[in-house]
Write a protein that binds this ligand. Sequence first.
Ligand code: NAD
Length: 338
Amino acid sequence: PKANGKYSVTLVPGDGIGPEISKAVEEIYGAADVPVDFESVDVTPSLINGITTIPKPAVDSIYKNTVALKGPLATPIGKGHQSLNLTLRRTFGLFANVRPCRSVEGYETPYKDVDTVLIRENTEGEYSGIEHIIVPGVVQSIKLITKKASTRVIQYAFEFAKTSGRPKVLVVHKASIMKMSDGLFVQTAKEVGQQYPEIELGFELLDNTSLKLASNPGLFKDVVMVMPNLYGDILSDLSSGLIGGLGLTPSGNMGEKVAIFEAVHGSAPDIAGKGLANPTALLLSSCMMLQHMKLNKYGDKIQNAVLKTIASGPENRTRDLKGTASTEHFTRAVIDNL
Ligand code: NAD
């Protein structure tokens, strides 16, 4: 902590609904007396020697604080930039993306017992960004799997299983088809697993996991799933759908030196600036952040107030949760429930 007893955290408000939901977090943090000072930074990138580059003050702030909360960033299409989210993950070596999904009591969905944890490899795989035209009409996109990145994310999954009390790590893959790339991921898991004899290790094909998640998500409550990048991207949105949508699901991007917490959803350009956004996903991401900072007391307080607000009825829920509340109304209701 700083001299004033508070911790400095970098805040990237983001694009689209980002500023609206970030404001909600700041207001709720103020009301809950969370000992955090947000340092707001701009990450609008510049293209330096053809490489998408994040402004130095933003990079310095994140390295200094080691913890950041990030709103969604819109990916410009066809402007010569790489995805800024990918750039952030690469800049800070954020190798594991942790995405928990738990049923929200009081918000009706087909399943009441969803409690999944999915860990997505965050730096390579299908998102290595290596694509080229072989000849006109033939394009090649490279899926890169390395032993180094696989080891890091699988080790993280085992550590997460240990600390969260989940007895099993489940590797989700498609090594039946991608024998070499996913095969390396699977082989690495077998090797890493030997260091964790107390944790059960299982393997499942991606299509089979999708079927089970959609038909009986309760099967995954004792499990930490770990998988290559694209599979994690898709299955985590599927999991979000099971509990009520993207407005609810938080995530943490974990690196060696830095952790950046963000909602799973994007900048929602269709509702931006209209006061309709649900800040829950960013709020719950910030609760994961407080847990990471060992400020659980404050994280629990905010999480309980958020869940209580959602359960209190449609007048206090935003439209994505079949409610009528504006972002502002929801924020006030959370503050009342703190
Ligand atoms: P999106 O997640 O922004 O929106 C999908 C749908 O969900 C929309 O109908 C939107 O209104 C709704 N939604 C999302 N978050 C909501 C919230 N908090 N409250 C209420 N409704 C919400 O996905 P998209 O439209 O495919 O992407 C928009 C932009 O965001 C793109 O530029 C994309 O690249 C970017 N994106 C960024 C991130 C990130 O920063 N991590 C993640 C995904 C997409």
